[in-house]
Design a protein around this ligand. Structure first.
Ligand SMILES: CC(C)(COP(=O)(O)OP(=O)(O)OC[C@H]1O[C@@H](n2cnc3c(N)ncnc32)[C@H](O)[C@@H]1OP(=O)(O)O)[C@@H](O)C(=O)NCCC(=O)NCCS
Length: 173
């Protein structure tokens, strides 16, 4: 039986790039312009991971790392999608795990994302991995749906209010 393989997006591989853009525009409610992809992929290429089966791209996760209020390093999961016919086999879980491990290694204090409050599969996926709901964002999406902001605390810094933390110029990005 052929195994699903996981790797970072190959630089200059237009076929993979096209496949992941198609998957994301088919499955996520927000429209993303080419500039959004360039923003993520040019700065954090190691945080764009794809799942492949028999040469076909069947899953993708795109993340970034940025300082939050200058006091902690925050990983962010920007996009995640698995092709419909391959769902329910643990592919998203594996992609999220790969990203979390990379962001922890890079020194993130926490990992964050937003998802629609009606997206039960995504909420279950992330909450089973330890993410907690930190906020409900009213009409956050263009389709007028609310979002939950979910956070996975990694270090103790994540649990301290930012005003009580010292500014640092050595945060992971
Ligand atoms: C959300 C999504 C990425 C899940 O992908 P997947 O590969 O099917 O997920 P997995 O098989 O890895 O499932 C992992 C966990 O997610 C949860 N989950 C997945 N599908 C679910 C469903 N239909 N209903 C409830 N929980 C579900 C379960 O907790 C599951 O763990 P378990 O199998 O141990 O119970 C996929 O449904 C998708 O691409 N949806 C459209 C895009 C999207 O919503 N992206 C997330 C935006 S934040």
């Amino acid at each position: 039986m052929t195994e699903v393989t996981y790797h970072t997006l190959e630089a200059g591989n237009d076929e993979e790039l096209h496949a992941l853009k198609t998957m994301i525009s088919d499955d996520l409610s927000e429209p993303y312009s080419i500039y959004v992809y360039h923003f993520f992929l040019s700065q954090w290429p190691e945080l764009c991971n794809i799942a492949k089966l028999n040469g076909e791209t069947i899953g993708v996760i795109i993340c970034k790392i940025e300082p939050h209020r200058d006091v902690r390093s925050r990983g962010y999961i920007g996009m995640l999608a698995v092709k419909k016919e391959h769902r329910g086999h643990g592919i998203a879980k594996k992609l999220v795990r790969i990203s979390i491990e990379k962001m922890i290694k890079a020194g993130c204090d926490e990992i964050m994302l937003e998802t629609e409050v009606v997206n039960k599969p995504a909420i279950a996926l992330y909450e089973h991995m330890g993410f907690i709901r930190s906020k409900r964002l009213y009409r956050y999406y263009l389709n007028q749906h609310d979002a939950f902001r979910l956070i996975l605390p990694i270090t103790s810094k994540s649990t301290v209010r930012s005003v009580y933390l010292q500014h640092s110029d050595q945060l992971a990005t």
